[in-house]
Structures are given as C-alpha cells and as structure tokens.
Write a protein that binds this ligand. Structure first.
Ligand code: KIV
Ligand code: ZN
Length: 387
C-alpha cells in the first residue's frame, strides 16, 4: 500500500476566493481542525501579499507546525521567498513553495520573457530558497497546457538546482483524466531516473468538474502527493476536494492500493467549520460533505436500506463523522421507513395506533413534502395536529 501525502491549501488557494477571507484567529482555528484531520501539510497563505497574511502564516506555523509540515507560496522572486522563509521557519518541517509558469501563454504573455530567461529565473529562485531551507517545492504553473519538452527541461533544471518536490498544476482545470494521468506517468518515469528522492505532487482545479478524477488518475500514474482544499473551495470552480479524494482512495482501495493518514471521521466537522468561518455554503448534493450526501428520501431506497445498509450505501456515514444516515420521509416513504423513524425516536405504538399515526403522517407529508425527525417526534408525541 503506497502512502499518499495530503497537503491542504484551503488557507491559500481556497482563501483566494471572494468572500472567503479569514482573519488570523480564524485561520489558526481552521489549522487546528486540519491537525485533528491529520493532514500531512498545510499551505497557510501567500505571506508577501499583505502583512495580515504574513502574520497568519506565522501564527499557523506557531500553532500547529510542531506536527504538520507548513508551507506558503512565493513567486520566483527573492522578496517573496524571504517572506515565506520568515513566516514558516518556526515550524518543525517548513517548506518554501515557488511558482512560475511553463506554458507558452504564461511565458510570452504573462511573464513577457524568453523561455530560457524564465527557466533561469526558476533555477535562481530554487538555489536562493535552498540556501534558506532544505525543503523547496517548485510548481510549474499551467503545466497541463505546457509543451512537454520545455516542461521537462524546467523540472530537470530546478531539481538539479535543489528542488525537493515538483508540483504539477492543472491551473485552469483544462486537463482530462486520461491525459493528465499520462502526463504524470511520463514525468514520473523521467524523474525516477533523475533523482528518486524528489516527491511528485499534483494540484488540480475544477473548471470542467474533473479535479477529483484528474487527481486520482495522477495517483494511479505515480503522484505521491496531492494538493486539495476542503469543500473544493478555490479559484473559480475551485480546487480538488480533499474529502472526495481521500474517501475515493479509502472506498476504492481495491483499485488504487494507496492510503492516506487522514482521520476521515473529522471530514464533516472540518467542512462545517469552513462553512461557518467563511459563510460559503456547500451545495446540498456535494459528494461526502453535502447535506444530502447520506440522506435517502425515496421509499424504495429507504426500504432497501432498512433491510441492509449496503443495498444503497457504499460508505458508512460514521466513516466521515456523521452519526447516522438520515431518512428524509416523504409521502412515498412507506410504512417500513415511517416505523423505523418512530422507533428511532423511542416510540413503540401497537399496530392500530401505528396505522392512525401513519394516516397523520401521510396528511403531513402531503402538506410539507419533506418530513424530518423533529416533525415525526411532534406528530407521534401528539403535539402536532394536521388539519
Ligand atoms: O493553480 C495553480 O497553478 C496554483 C499554483 C500556485 C500551484 O495554485
Ligand atoms: Zn491553484
């Protein structure tokens, strides 16, 4: 079983989203929850962007950096690298993360330099960072839209300059799973010959809804580290969702033969904390952390589940930190599901009383569409009358 390193970048890429700005205290609170979740590494911010961000990275490093690897983002310039170094150095395992584009559009339009000049900038930045810390990650921004041989020359050069992790971003969520997997396989093959100690990482965005699939495909093709955010929060359509990748590896261990050290029973709590801190809701049908992810409402499904959970459940709600599945009752739920809800709430009516309650339930369900546990409680305890 191969261990996959999980880096959470909610506090950097996630927090870039409009409306998701957190203050220092909130960032520390979230980082402490990430520690309970047992992520391997946290990217805590972009310290050269503001003094508030610098302070937040420093406080996160101080608060949880004794057990979790801490990094922060730098462009390939000395002042950014210095800011990262100063803000993360207090951690036990600090890492400097440098980003620089490799696609033609980045090199020509954004950076407005020659390819050679951009490659040299990357090499100089890595050498500078390695004089400060032993661990340096280099991200080849927009890698999935880069010309492969130039991408590889950059990787080769920065590894020779001292980069210890290479991160391959699908910056604009353009890749599709087979293609991204193939890219990672080619890079991994060459990297193993160049320096087997260098860690290969991936960082995907969700513009076409394929971030999780691309990340999993990369894992199958040799990626050793994944960069994710909670609830998939991030620029535009977001980043790879941590909870989706982690649960896919766990539930489909037969396919991936990989594991993480994530404490999955903390997933829902972490998601809810992020929603609470940012005010950004999770879509109800979001995999793993959406409100409906473990809720079953159709009568046929409820009947099957009550006979054997595995009929319609591929993972247990308890595995992600939910107490139990919720059966949301509707007029179509049927007697079996209604009796189950009544008994779960501690009532055991005889058959004729049950029939009477069931009639009342149907009348309520016609009015209300969805009937929750608290409705059933009031109905059975006689405090709810339906007219
Ligand atoms: O999406 C991206 O390319 C990034 C890099 C900084 C890794 O966020
Ligand atoms: Zn990103």
């Amino acid at each position: 079983m191969r261990k996959i390193i999980v880096l959470d970048t909610t506090l950097r890429d996630g927090e870039q989203v409009p409306g998701a700005k957190l203050n220092v205290q909130q960032k520390v609170e979230f980082a402490q929850q990430l520690k309970r979740l047992k992520v391997d590494m946290i990217e805590a911010g972009f310290p050269s962007s503001s003094s508030g961000d610098f302070q937040a990275v420093q406080e996160v490093a101080r608060s949880v950096g004794d057990q979790i690897g801490i990094t922060a983002l730098a462009r390939a310039v000395r002042s950014d690298i210095d800011a990262v170094y100063e803000s993360v150095r207090i951690a036990q395992h600090p890492l400097i993360h440098i980003v620089l584009g490799t696609s033609n559009i980045h090199v020509e339009k954004k950076l407005n330099r020659s390819r050679d000049a951009v490659l040299q900038m990357g090499v100089d930045a890595v050498k500078y960072a390695r004089n400060l810390l032993p661990n340096v990650q280099y991200s080849t921004e927009d890698a999935s839209r880069s010309e492969f041989e130039y991408l590889w020359s950059t990787i080769e050069a920065v590894v020779r300059a001292g980069a210890t992790m290479i991160n391959i971003p699908d910056t604009v969520g353009f890749a599709e799973p087979e293609e991204f997997g193939e890219l990672i396989r080619k890079i991994n093959d060459r990297l193993r010959n160049l320096d087997d100690s260098v860690i290969l990482s991936v960082h995907c965005h969700n513009d076409l809804g394929m971030a999780t699939a691309n990340t999993l495909s990369a894992i199958k093709n040799g990626a050793q580290k994944v960069e994710c955010t909670i609830n998939g929060l991030g620029e535009r359509a977001g980043n790879t969702s941590l909870e989706e990748v982690v649960m896919a590896l766990k539930v489909r261990e037969d396919r991936y033969q990989c594991s993480t050290q994530i404490e999955t029973t903390e997933l829902v709590r972490t998601s809810k904390l992020l929603t609470y801190l940012t005010g950004l809701d999770v879509q109800v049908n979001k995999a793993i952390t959406g409100d409906n992810a473990f809720a079953h409402s159709s009568g046929i499904h409820q009947d099957g589940l009550l006979k054997d959970k595995n009929v319609y459940e591929i993972m247990s709600p308890a595995d992600v930190g939910l107490e139990s599945m919720e059966l949301i009752l509707t007029a179509r739920s049927g007697r079996h599901a209604f009796r189950n809800a009544v008994e779960r709430l501690g009532f055991y009516p005889d058959d004729s009383h049950f029939e009477h309650l069931f009639e009342k339930f149907l009348a309520l369900a016609d009015l209300k569409k969805e009937v929750y546990d608290h409705d059933v409680f009031f109905l059975v305890s006689g405090q709810l009358e339906c007219r």
